[in-house]
Design a protein around this ligand. Structure first.
Ligand code: NAD
Length: 352
């Protein structure tokens, strides 16, 4: 298959880690007989420097015309003073919106070799941890009516049936491709939007009889994530709850440089990025961990291109490199072999 991938590497370590993901994806394409072309565009702070805005129409159009987008990270102290409407993060929101990406996938996975990095006790993560959080991305309280006047301010949580149905369906589809267990997280004892959400989960579940469905209130879910995280397979939830729970779940794994993410819409085009930021403190020093971005590339192959075997090959290569004891400084332990960003990319590519 031929695929055209737009790379918006962004700022800070964005270009460092994207280059390694490209290296690994090119090797994977070669091995499996595909052809991937990578087209680089400015985005975020570097786009503000060049064009005055974080996202140009040209970059957005290129992303829309691509088969998928690989994103590094945006932002840094250099652009902290930019007026709010033109800040790098605004570019991120505009890009997600422009591409119609309403579904955010955040896996939280603990590699056996990196268990020590988890802040949880051994006994709690003894059975491993492999959770997929499916978060609604373009609705809910972050997009509802809001205002502030004098001593009063308000935000509104709003959802239409259609917005809930499409994300819940994604949740079921992903559960079908994994362990067939779906936990829907809401606050149905208090919120009207949550009661609607729960009803739609029940209704949609009838089409997926193989999936075991459960419901948790968000306060209980946040507790269960640290008490007994291995009970979860797929969690589906609204924008705000997903924002909070996915950060909590990522901390359980202990290493921010290891976690990929995907944002999907109704078609096959998706945007794939590590969950970490631009880490300006380590940019350009060849010490950033590229594995989150490499694993984001694997997610692109799986979820946008339907290349499950190829995605498996990358994920297995990452696991093997870790088993062999190679570590970037952020996950370094005594007795292991420390490597830089580029060498880590080379090792994974070789393993593929
Ligand atoms: P950050 O994730 O960039 O960094 C937090 C800490 O983790 C730093 O010590 C950093 O060195 C380390 N770190 C992050 N990624 C790493 C990697 N791959 N390998 C090794 N160490 C890594 O978060 P921050 O410091 O809060 O934010 C820095 C900038 O990034 C800010 O401008 C922020 O707005 C931006 N940001 C962007 C995104 C995005 O583009 N999606 C997300 C979060 C933050």
């Amino acid at each position: 298959m031929n695929k055209r991938i737009v790379v918006v590497a962004g700022d800070g370590i964005g270009p460092d880690v994207c280059n390694e993901a490209i290296k690994v994806m090119e090797r994977t394409a070669g091995k499996f007989g595909h052809r991937f072309t990578f087209e680089k565009h400015l985005f975020g702070g570097c786009s503000i420097d060049a064009y005055g805005v974080p996202l140009t129409d040209e970059t957005l159009d290129a992303c829309k015309r691509s088969d998928s987008v690989l994103l590094g990270a945006v932002g840094g102290p250099k652009w902290d003073g930019v007026e709010p409407s033109r800040r790098p993060e605004k570019g991120l929101l505009a890009l997600r919106k422009g591409l119609g990406l309403f579904c955010n996938l955040r896996p939280a996975h603990i590699y056996p070799e990196l268990k020590a990095a988890s802040p949880l006790k051994d006994s709690i993560i003894a059975d491993g941890l492999d959770i997929m959080i499916v978060r609604e991305l373009t609705g809910g309280i972050y997009f509802g009516k809001r205002g502030s006047e004098g001593d009063y301010a308000f935000d509104t949580m709003e959802y239409h049936d259609g917005e809930i149905k499409r994300i819940v369906r994604k949740g079921f589809e992903i559960a079908m491709a994994r362990g067939k267990r779906l936990c829907s997280v809401d606050k149905a004892n208090v919120l009207a939007t949550s009661r609607k959400w729960r009803g739609i989960v029940e209704e949609t579940g009838k089409e997926f009889p193989e999936v075991q469905v459960s419901h948790l209130y968000v306060d209980n879910a946040s507790m269960q994530l640290v008490r007994n995280p291995s009970q979860f397979d797929v969690i589906v939830t609204c924008n705000m709850f997903g924002d909070i729970l996915s950060d909590e779940a990522s901390q359980i794994t202990g290493s921010i440089g290891m976690l990929p993410s995907a944002s999907l819409g109704s078609g096959s085009l998706g945007m794939y990025e590590p969950i970490h930021g631009s880490a300006p403190d380590i940019a350009g020093k060849d010490i950033a961990n590229p594995l989150a971005t490499i694993l984001s590339g694997a997610m692109m192959l799986r979820y946008s291109f339907g290349m499950a075997q190829e995605a498996d090959a990358i994920e297995k290569a990452v696991a093997t490199v870790l088993e062999k004891g190679y570590r970037t400084p952020d996950i370094m332990e005594t007795g292991m072999q420390q490597v830089g960003t580029k060498e880590m990319g080379d090792l994974v590519a070789q393993e593929v």
